[in-house]
Every structure is written in structure tokens, then in C-alpha cells.
Design a protein around this ligand. Structure first.
Ligand SMILES: [Zn+2]
Length: 372
């Protein structure tokens, strides 16, 4: 069994361990250490990444560097981490000798960001459970956002209240406690994710907000989560899927959206809080101009027809750029003008969907009509 240092201290970024096994695989190497701070994939959360480097190889005096890698080539990248039967496997890009003393460094900004999302999820799920009795039946912490599936409907308005309460839990800067209750104590406890788990159950508690069985590392104080933003809610499998961004992800989202609104506001010469009105106005203006253009085009076609020789019985017209009903309108103008038969050929960028029954001859489409 690998000793799990992330349970002793969720904020441990560096550690020293001994290589116990190293096996070549199709995708690189699989390294087993006696202990690790790398959290493996599990519970809806993807694995930590980071580096290992050799401090000492058995039989070699390798300690003179003070634990600092001498060259970059001594760094071993940890690309994925998986756990099977209590043993943690580190997927690495190069091998390490069994018995080596290695120094581990986890990609801390990524891990801390994940802890922000995961602890935020506990608060939101606890609040939803308390308010509506719904369970979080699916949690996914992805590369860009984090989703929670609840087995009941919650409206966008109701979620705004939940979001506010969740942020209150953040500013209260509460302890995130981890308990390892005995079987007897556990039987007496009320907590989420109550399923039969073999062995020791780990309970994560945020007083007044949530108690949940969970295996993932969390922040120590709710203040570390930063802002909790519920950005989307959609119907999902008889319940809802809620999308959430916490902490630095919420900040990145806010920055991106602010930049977007600023750009739109500059382009439309409108105040930032009035851009949607300005866009609506622009759309209406655009629709009005389109109508004017259609009217002008029809007038133009009418004039063209009036210029035709009045005695001409059969008229054949080639017109590029006709759209929508314009070919039919043009044909009707010709027949109304006293000509007996008319063929309209046109080439249009939007050819295809806009007419009922046009035939196609190479690039041109055509309509043929007569008065009889
Ligand atoms: Zn959890």
C-alpha cells in the first residue's frame, strides 16, 4: 500500500520518497513509490501532475546537489496517477532505478485550483440538499469547469440564492474538517454519499453547510475557495446539471467576460451595462435596412422588365445575385408586362434552399413560366 501524504496534509507540495517499482509500459513508465503527495484520478477529479527527480541512487553519492536537480534531464515528468488496490501508480516519461531516493513536486497551482472547485462543490451540494433534499448524483471536475448533477429540478433563480449562501460560507472562513469515524460513530452520522464502503470512511465536514463521505484533498479553510460562481443550469436526466467555477477559475472567467463586454461596448459606443440594448437596436436597424434593400431590388427588377421590347413574346433573362423569391418575382413581372413566355436564369451565393422547385443546369438555376 502506498502511504498517502495528501491525506496528512492537503497542502503538501513537495516530498521525499523511495522508488519501490518501475515498469515499462506502452506509454512510458509506471513508478510506485513508498509514499506520495500525488492524488490519483478518482471521485470525479482528474489526477495530479508534476515531477520527480533523483536525490540519491543506491550506491552513489548523489546528495551534493542538496536535492536540486543538476540538469533538466534528471527531471521525470509525472503525467497521470492512478490507484489500484491501495497502490498508487505514477505514469512517467522516463524510468527511475528501484531504491532511488526521489524528490517529488506536484503541479501546485493546478492541484490548489482543483481543491477550490471540489470544496466549493461540497458547499453547493450541501446547500442544495438542505434546501430541496436533492442529491448530487454526478460530479465532474474537468479541465475548464466543474459540473454537478442533482436528481431534482432547481431553477436559475433558486440557484442564485444558493450561490449567495455558498459565498457567505466562503467569507465565514470556516474549517474544512476531515474525520475518520469508527463504524459505530458512522452509523449515527448524517452525511451525503452514504454508500457501503469497505474499510475506513473519510468524512469531510464544513460546519453548518455539509457533511460528506469523500476521498479527495480539500482546502483547509473555506476562505481559500474564493468566489463561487454557478454559471449555468440545464435540464439533465430528470434533474439538473449545474456548472460551477470557483476561485481562480471564477476570476479568469470574470476577466474574459469583462474584456468581451468592453470590446462590444467600444464597438457599439454604448455603456457596458447597456450593451444588450445596443445590440437589440443594431439588430432592428439591420432588419430595417434588409427590408429597404429588398424593396429597392424589386423596383430595379421592375424597371428592367419595362425596358424590354414590348413585342418580344419569349423572354430569356440571366440575372446573377438573385435571392429568395426574387427569381419568381422577376418572372411574374415579365409575364404581367405582356410577354407570353419567360425563362429566368440566376446564379446566387445562397442557391439551393430558397425556391420551391428550381432545376439546376451547371451553376445556373432557372425558372420557366408562360401565360397560357
Ligand atoms: Zn468530495
Amino acid at each position: 500500500m502506498t502511504e498517502k501524504l495528501f491525506y496528512e496534509d492537503s497542502h503538501l507540495q513537495q516530498f521525499t520518497a523511495i522508488v519501490q517499482d518501475c515498469v515499462k509500459t506502452n506509454e512510458g513508465y509506471q513508478i510506485v513509490l513508498d509514499k506520495t503527495a500525488f492524488f490519483p484520478e478518482g471521485g470525479g477529479q482528474y489526477a495530479d501532475t508534476g515531477w520527480l527527480y533523483v536525490e540519491a541512487v543506491p550506491g552513489e553519492d548523489h546528495m551534493d546537489g542538496g536535492g536540486v536537480p543538476k540538469t533538466e534531464t534528471e527531471l521525470v515528468q509525472i503525467l497521470d496517477v492512478q490507484e489500484t488496490d491501495g497502490i498508487i501508480y505514477h505514469k512517467a516519461d522516463r524510468p527511475l532505478a528501484v531504491g532511488s531516493v526521489v524528490h517529488g513536486q506536484i503541479e501546485w497551482s493546478e492541484r490548489f485550483m482543483k481543491m477550490q472547485q471540489h470544496t466549493g462543490e461540497h458547499i453547493v451540494s450541501g446547500l442544495v440538499h438542505a434546501a430541496f433534499g436533492y442529491d448530487n448524483v454526478g460530479f465532474h471536475l474537468g479541465n475548464t469547469d466543474c459540473t454537478m448533477d442533482f436528481n431534482g429540478a432547481v431553477s436559475a433563480e433558486e440557484l442564485q440564492k444558493i450561490e449567495l449562501l455558498a459565498n457567505e460560507a466562503v467569507v465565514k472562513n470556516l474549517d474544512v474538517e476531515v474525520l475518520y469515524p469508527s463504524k459505530e460513530e458512522l452509523a449515527q452520522m448524517e452525511y451525503r454519499s452514504k454508500i457501503e464502503i469497505e474499510g475506513q470512511v473519510r468524512i469531510v465536514t464544513i460546519a453548518g453547510y455539509d457533511t460528506c463521505a469523500c476521498c479527495a484533498p480539500h482546502v483547509k479553510k473555506t476562505g481559500e475557495i474564493g468566489m463561487i460562481r454557478l454559471t449555468d443550469v440545464a435540464r439533465y436526466k430528470g434533474g439538473v446539471r449545474v456548472t460551477m467555477l470557483c476561485g481562480f477559475r471564477a476570476l479568469a472567467d470574470y476577466r474574459q467576460k469583462s474584456a468581451s463586454v468592453r470590446q462590444i461596448s467600444n464597438l457599439l459606443c454604448a455603456k457596458e451595462d447597456a450593451v444588450s440594448e445596443a445590440v437589440l437596436h443594431l439588430k432592428e436597424e439591420c432588419a430595417g435596412l434588409k427590408q429597404k434593400l429588398t424593396d429597392s431590388k424589386q423596383k430595379l427588377l421592375e424597371y428592367k422588365v419595362k425596358e424590354l421590347d414590348a413585342g418580344q413574346e419569349v423572354v430569356c433573362l440571366f440575372e446573377d445575385g438573385l435571392e429568395g423569391e426574387e427569381p419568381r418575382i422577376l418572372m411574374n413581372f415579365v409575364l404581367k408586362n405582356g410577354h407570353k413566355m419567360c425563362a429566368v436564369f440566376w446564379k446566387s451565393e445562397k442557391n439551393g434552399q430558397e425556391t420551391e422547385n428550381p432545376a439546376s443546369a451547371d451553376d445556373y438555376r432557372y425558372f420557366i413560366g408562360s401565360t397560357s
